[in-house]
Design a binder for this molecule. Structure first.
Ligand code: AMP
Ligand code: MG
Length: 586
């Protein structure tokens, strides 16, 4: 835990500075706690509250707990005042403790100074003061002087002095891809559980303007900076009054004030009891009113308002914070920002978000036979289809695609490619050469790292996957066959990448729909068929299960997932359909 202090005279702006620093550091994903020294007479509670009564009655320690927070009040009575070190030792571990006051303690501090307080700052009050934050220039001071409002610069200074670093990803364990031992063919669900349990975010964090945050994954919980709505206001165009001042009778008659309250043009006076005021949608409710009657329901006759009885107390009035209260969780860490979320955080006064940096997905193709599409007429060559497909998938999922090119089946060239890849990408996808055969150079090379795990998964299509880390960067070695490469990417890489990027694990639930095909499936492997919905809402399977048939991938609008066990399918049998849409393919 790093410790840094803020001191200053009364009204020097130290609490405002504390507040801005806390917001700044927590937005970087750091856990911040505070400790404040105060006068012995200062009390947390109003007399008469339950905890106050417990204390006055003689309780030594009073704990007030709710589902949101815990407060402990410890009465010292004749015990000595605690020292800062003891108080810090009692905190839950965090990244930074900001201390307000405790001027005499030895931790480094910044002194807040405001010219309006009339205190001249000629010299810092002691040598633990390492800088000054002031609203005037202090050229004679032999210390760094920051503008009191320049939170970013002050925070950078604190980080520098304390050695506080923004939260870095932990990195993956070397054996993170080890599957349970002794299983010959690992079931898909077990392989998925392994990934879900072992992976964690591998990307750093950064501050992003909320307006540009669509698609970004939040790196910290984001709390409402203010309530929505910030003040009580009218939900309609109408007339506002105090419900308690309504006269009795079938028809209400009230004197109408000459002024009006509009959105952005509030009425700042008080509406007298028994009077009404013209109010427009979104206008703050003026003092003295709590209820609004719709303009369609009234008659206005000069300065008199008339409407039938029966208006409910508080009608058409929105309470401050009725949508979201200041300080409440607006969006949690791991949430991926969408346009409506941008609206929410903007409304709640958050101009910036703390987001994970976009995951950089490097894609490498391997194989002597591969050529760029259209560059040769040699029928011994295969056009590289996987690399553009995988790069497109990564981009469609909101990641940064990194084209790592194509490498021939040559161990040294491949090694060089991995070396570069590990510096440019956060995760590497290779296709081809992932089995354990003679020409499977990707496998052979990854084996040298000692982190390779060949995944023999009970899945069709999809030969073994090679999972490893190259210089700490995770590598997903996919089969070369484009059908198998796509299926294994969708089933394994998609949920895994979401976690690596700071988001949630993505389970693909699919939808049960009637089949429009017949198939007798054997027990043993989970099968994925290229499929699409026909006009009757039934699921058609592609005419051939041949794994070389790339046209079926494009023909399809999704995959049918058949369970590990045997299954007889006839037209009408419910089957699980995973639409391309639900897999993030658009
Ligand atoms: P491999 O996994 O290297 O044995 O390759 C299996 C099959 O997939 C072979 O027919 C390869 O030619 C083919 N293949 C490998 N990589 C690609 C690629 N990037 N694009 C299209 N086909 C590929
Ligand atoms: Mg190959």
């Amino acid at each position: 835990m790093k410790i840094f202090g803020v001191t200053g005279w009364k009204n020097s702006g130290k609490t405002g500075l504390m507040e801005r620093l806390i917001a700044h550091f927590t937005a970087q994903g750091l856990r911040v706690s505070t400790l404040k020294h105060t006068h012995h007479g200062v009390d947390l509670e109003k007399p008469g509250t339950d905890t106050h009564r417990h204390r006055v009655a003689g309780a030594q320690e009073v704990v007030l707990a709710s589902s949101a927070r815990i407060t402990t009040l410890h009465e010292l009575r004749d015990d000595p005042a605690p020292r800062l070190a003891e108080l810090i030792a009692g905190l839950t571990p965090c990244d930074l403790v900001l201390v307000e006051g405790f001027k005499g303690a030895s931790h480094p501090k910044i002194e807040a100074h405001r010219v309006e307080t009339g205190e001249d700052l000629l010299a810092p009050s002691n040598d633990t003061i390492r800088a000054v934050a002031s609203n005037e220039a202090l050229p004679d001071l032999d210390l760094p002087v920051f503008d009191l409002d320049d939170t970013a610069a002050i925070a950078a200074f604190i980080a520098d002095v304390t050695g506080l670093a923004p939260r870095k990803p932990k990195g993956l364990k070397n054996d993170c891809f080890a599957l349970p031992p002794g299983v010959h063919w690992t079931p898909v669900d077990e392989a998925l559980d392994t990934l879900r349990d072992r992976l964690s975010p591998v990307v750093g964090t950064e501050t992003v303007p909320t307006a540009n945050s669509r698609g970004r994954i939040l790196a910290a919980d984001h709390m409402a900076a203010r309530s929505n709505p910030p003040g009580a206001n009218s939900a309609v165009d109408g007339y506002a009054f105090a419900y308690a001042g309504l006269p009795a009778g079938d028809v209400t008659e009230m004197p109408l004030m000459a002024e009006r309250a509009a959105a952005g043009g509030p009425f700042t006076g008080t509406v007298p009891m028994g009077h009404a005021i013209r109010i427009l949608t979104g206008a703050l409710l003026p003092d003295g009113v709590d209820t609004v009657v719709l303009q369609e329901d009234v008659q206005v006759d000069g300065q008199t308002l008339r409407f039938p009885a029966g208006v409910k107390p508080g009608a058409n009035a929105r309470a401050a914070g009725e949508d979201v209260e200041a300080g409440k969780l607006a969006l949690p860490a791991g949430h991926k920002m969408r346009a409506p979320d941008v609206a929410l955080l903007s409304a709640l006064g958050l101009p910036d978000v703390q987001a994970f940096k976009p995951l950089r997905v490097g894609v490498l193709s391997t194989g002597d036979e591969l050529a760029e599409p259209g560059t040769t007429t040699d029928t011994a060559r295969t056009y590289d289809a996987n690399r553009p497909m995988l790069l497109s998938l990564a981009e469609g999922w909101g990641y940064t695609p990194i084209d790592l090119g194509h490498v021939a089946d040559d161990r040294d060239a491949l090694r060089a490619a991995f070396d570069t890849a590990a510096t440019q990408a956060d995760v590497i996808l290779t296709s081809g050469g992932a089995s354990a055969g003679d020409e499977d150079h990707v496998s052979a090379l990854l084996k040298e790292t000692g982190s390779l795990h060949h995944w023999r998964i009970a899945i069709k299509p999809g030969r073994p996957l090679a999972l490893a880390q190259w210089n700490g960067t995770p590598v997903f070695g996919l089969p070369g066959n484009p059908v198998a490469a796509l299926v294994t990417t969708l089933i394994f890489a998609r949920p895994a990448f979401s976690v690596l990027a700071g988001g949630p694990w993505l389970a693909s639930a699919g939808t049960m729909l009637p089949a429009a095909f017949t198939k007798s499936k054997k027990a043993g492997r989970r099968e994925y068929l290229r499929a699409r919905l026909n006009e009757d809402g039934r699921v058609e399977a592609f005419k051939s299960e041949g794994s070389g048939r790339i046209s079926g991938l494009s023909w399809a609008t999704g995959l049918v997932e058949l369970p590990d066990g045997a299954m007889d399918i006839a037209p009408g049998t419910p089957v699980r359909f995973l639409s391309y849409d639900s897999l993030g393919i658009t």
